[in-house]
Design a protein around this ligand. Structure first.
Ligand code: NAD
Length: 524
């Protein structure tokens, strides 16, 4: 899985160990990568490798039930948890940015986010457009590792997407992997194509080379008929957002020469960008922040109304979190796509009444190009994840698939994150910044038998803004794996249920009662 994260088809910049999300890395440096691989190759079944921000620092005698790897990435003491201090330590070679699934070795390429993005746009369609995006235009930016899922997620929901990206190679890559349908020559061409497709209710995605801080305000000025606006540039890291007054080719040299000055210029551009998004919201469009901290950076850039539109979690995703639903994903270690097709069928058989899930799996089979090892993602909730995990383990044991299946998830899950401007924005009881939950989540996964467990800081939204945990568990067909999977895949989403019960969400209380999640403060 470490190597798969750095497969050239999977990683955005594998030569620099960068997997996705700006600078999210799989290992601190190549010497660390080699040492991790070497150690894992002869690690015993009762030993655990400790990884500190991408560097293997120890092997401890533990037990068969203990994780094989424990990972802590990018964590800083709160008063020091800012980009300046992180960069100082990074330059000294003492830390690395782990993002969410880069440093925890469960990134599966753009498909990983596609399902979540599909769910989000489906929820937008449900809320505002009668259940489909047919005949609507979505304006967004960023075609990187995560953002590259946006055009396909919009078209899978029937809509038209116009996506602004400043790096021509990213547009090319999304065209090649069929996440993006077309490339426009210029803004006029893009608008023309979009308007025709909207009129004909054709689902089409159009890439446009440009800077979002120029294009979004210009579209607002022209009164373009945009229905939905969001953004997935790498705004969480101001050095990974191209300011409007910097040429693409000067990006790297300029940010290296003067990171402080560059940050200010990026924040000023983000302020212009967000001001235009608020303008679209004022004009009646559905506008939401897509988890990249753009609003916070725009506020730092001097724009006072930056938080006038909501984040996507409170707007659309929280009801799913109350059911323990989140981004369940799995990978076929055989490398054989047939193994994923067999597991797809198993999931469809397990949950025959879930139409949305069925539509997603069929669409994914048709439209998703595998990157690296074949993999799949779908959102499953409390009770469902453990059923799927146990079934996959049986398939490994019975030879229905050729090799073990790795089961994990994004750190962006129902009970594994504290991130007040994203996953925990606007919690009912105001507990947005309480970070005990991801730590409990990591500890319960260690106690339940996960194969590797990670605690990270700053993923998705940047330094100082989030703490989150991940787990990955291997279905190798043994009875021991079955016992571990049953516990991990019950307790891990169970954290989401109890976190939302504690915050006062009625739906979470119902789910806890129906599915047997114990909450002591609700017992007599
Ligand atoms: P990435 O670095 O791979 O891609 C970002 C893209 O934005 C790059 O291709 C870059 O060229 C482009 N870009 C930068 N500045 C631009 C500008 N001014 N105009 C146009 N294009 C510009 O990052 P990614 O993995 O795609 O992630 C994007 C953002 O989404 C990150 O901030 C990440 O933390 C966040 N994220 C959100 C979620 C979620 O669930 N909503 C999940 C993971 C990551």
């Amino acid at each position: 899985m470490l190597s798969n994260n750095l497969d050239p088809e999977v990683a955005e910049h594998p030569d620099e160990l960068v997997v996705y999300g700006g600078t999210g890395k799989a290992a601190r440096d190549w010497a660390s990568f080699d040492a991790i691989q070497r150690t894992l190759t002869d690690l015993r079944d009762d030993e655990t490798l400790l990884v500190q921000s991408g560097k293997p620092v120890g092997v401890m005698r533990t037990s068969e039930w203990a994780p094989r790897v424990l990972i802590a990435n990018s964590n800083l003491v709160p008063d020091w948890a800012n980009w300046d201090e992180f960069r100082r330590l990074d330059a000294l070679g003492l830390t690395m940015y782990g993002q969410m699934t880069a440093g925890s070795w469960i990134y599966i390429g753009t498909q990983g986010i596609l399902q979540g993005t599909y769910e989000t746009f489906a929820a937008v369609a449900e809320k505002r457009f009668g259940g489909t995006l047919g005949g609507t235009l979505t304006l967004t930016a960023g075609l990187g590792g995560m953002g590259g899922a946006q055009p396909l997620a919009v078209t899978l929901n029937g809509g038209v997407a116009l996506v602004v990206e400043c790096d021509p190679s990213r547009i090319e890559r999304r065209l090649q992997t069929r996440y993006l349908d077309e490339r426009a020559d210029d803004l006029d061409d893009a608008l023309r194509r979009a308007e025709v497709a909207v009129r004909d209710r054709r689902a089409v995605s159009i890439g446009l080379l440009g800077n979002a801080a120029d294009v979004v305000p210009e579209l607002l000025r022209r009164g373009a008929p945009v229905d939905i606006v969001t953004d997935q540039t790498s705004a969480h890291d101001p050095l990974a957002y191209l300011p409007a007054d910097v040429a693409f080719d000067d990006w790297k040299p300029e940010r290296e020469a003067d990171p402080v000055g560059f940050t200010k210029r990026a924040q000023a551009s983000m302020a212009t960008h967000v001001e235009a998004m608020v303008g679209f919201a004022d004009a009646g469009a559905e506008v939401f922040d897509y988890g990249n901290a753009l609003r916070g950076e725009a506020r730092a850039g001097g724009y006072g109304r930056a938080f006038d539109y909501p984040g996507f979690v409170p707007a659309y995703i929280r009801p799913l979190f109350c059911e323990g639903k989140g981004p369940f994903r799995w990978v076929a270690l055989s490398g054989d796509p047939e193994d994923i097709h067999a597991t797809d069928e198993a999931v469809l058989e397990l949950f025959p009444d879930d139409d949305k899930l069925g539509r997603w799996i069929r669409a994914a089979q048709d439209r998703v190009a595998f990157q690296g090892l074949p993999s799949r993602i779908c959102w499953l909730g409390q009770g469902e994840r453990s059923l799927a995990g146990e079934r996959f383990n049986e398939m490994v044991a019975g030879g229905e698939v050729e090799a073990p299946i790795v089961i994990g998830r994004d750190h962006l899950d129902c009970g594994s994150v504290a991130s007040p401007q994203r996953e925990t924005e606007g919690m009912l009881d105001g507990s947005d910044a309480i970070a005990d939950w991801p730590l409990l989540n990591a500890m319960v996964n260690v106690a339940s038998g996960a194969t590797w467990v990670s605690i990270h800081h700053g993923g998705g939204v940047g330094m100082g803004r989030s703490i989150h945990a991940g787990q990955v568990t291997v279905a190798d067909g043994t009875d021991l794996a079955a016992a571990k999977l049953e516990r991990v895949l019950t307790n891990d989403p169970g954290m989401g249920v109890i976190r939302h019960v504690d915050a006062g969400y009625d739906r979470a209380v119902e789910v806890a009662e129906q599915r047997g999640v114990r909450v002591p403060m609700r017992e007599d």
